[in-house]
Design a protein around this ligand. Structure first.
Ligand SMILES: [Mn+2]
Length: 332
């Protein structure tokens, strides 16, 4: 499946008439959100040089993604005016931008908007929707639009988009790495994407604090009777390692490496809430349904949730007596 030509054309007509284009991605931007935001925004700039394009996210671009072209241009939530058109990248619903309370007019239909996303849970909250749950990343959808409308990619745009394609497929390793993904990677490389820069920054760079936090995640792995590999880190672990919450990203792939498990989960305490990330390698397990029981969501193989509260460690000890020591004969 891919996005519909008529939707791509509707987006083009909406954007080409804009006085300004405001690009927005979800809070805590990952490689796909930041890559699609920056790559998409620079694409619009290249298409319509007379239209000012701005980039917005309530959180800054994380250090590991600041190598992305135009990353320094990302600002806080936008001041809007007549004639603006908003483009949301990688946002399944308004609240993920964290602008829904402060800037409700972005979402209430009072201004035209385009939603570019690949989450099956997308609530279609905009005017034009380029939503394709079969796409592994939002960046993949941007490339799809480019191909359908015969647009051109610059090396900088291609580098941003390749970052999202790489991060959302775990370096082309996750099960969502379809033949389409490989074709898109080829297109982006032909367009001049800086592959080595992406690989180095995304997969071959880790702060000491990150490695120490991951060490705690790995050390705390428990195997449950339900076939889950589960680990947890508390606020005290973030404090002790000096890692911030975003540095937990990626640790779950190691927890998910335990053979024979039905699923894996990493729980983390963050400011009065407990966040859970879920993964599975199995076809007969749907972790988005598991996340759904905690009002979360995501994909069949990768999902998450957040609930208010804190983590309380639970230790279970079982006394195992030596053979022949039954009935308290020993040590009585
Ligand atoms: Mn994504």
């Amino acid at each position: 499946m891919s996005i519909l030509r008529k939707d791509a054309e509707q987006m083009r007509s909406l954007l080409s008439q804009a006085k300004r284009i405001l690009c927005i991605c979800h809070r805590n931007p990952d490689g796909d959100a930041a890559g699609a935001l920056l790559g998409g925004g620079m694409l619009f700039e290249s298409l319509w040089p007379q239209i000012p394009v701005s980039f917005h996210c309530v959180d800054g671009v994380p250090a590991g993604l600041r190598f992305l072209p135009s990353a320094a241009r990302v600002q806080e939530a936008p001041m809007t005016q007549e004639g603006d058109v908003v483009v949301f990248f990688d946002c399944a619903e308004p609240k993920l931008t964290d602008m829904h309370f402060t800037h409700p007019h972005l979402f209430d239909g009072s201004m035209p908007s385009v939603v570019i996303d690949h989450h099956p849970s997308n609530t279609r909250f905009g005017t034009v929707h380029l939503v394709d749950p079969s796409a592994a990343s939002s960046c993949e959808i941007v490339v799809d639009v480019v191909a359908q409308l015969g647009w051109q990619l610059t090396p900088d745009i291609a580098t941003c988009l390749l970052t999202g394609v790489y991060t959302d497929t775990g370096g082309l390793l996750h099960s969502n790495t379809t033949s389409t993904v490989y074709r898109i990677v080829a297109q982006l490389l032909r367009a001049g994407a800086q592959r080595q820069a992406v690989v180095q920054a995304v997969f071959r760079t880790a702060q000491v604090s990150t490695l120490r936090l991951w060490g705690r995640v790995l050390e705390n792995i428990q195997i449950t009777e339900e076939g889950g590999a589960i680990s947890a880190v508390r606020e005290s672990d973030f404090r002790a390692t000096g890692a911030d919450y975003s540095e937990l990203t990626g640790a779950i792939d190691y927890v998910n490496a335990v053979p024979g498990m039905r699923f894996s989960m990493v729980l983390s305490e963050r400011g009065g809430a407990v966040k859970g990330s879920l993964r599975t390698l199995r076809d007969d397990v749907d972790v988005s349904a598991m996340a759904g029981t905690f009002s979360g969501g995501g994909h069949r193989r990768a999902a998450g949730f957040s609930v208010p509260g804190a983590l309380k460690p639970e230790v279970r000890w079982t006394v195992v007596q030596p053979e022949g020591a039954k009935n308290g004969e020993e040590g009585a």
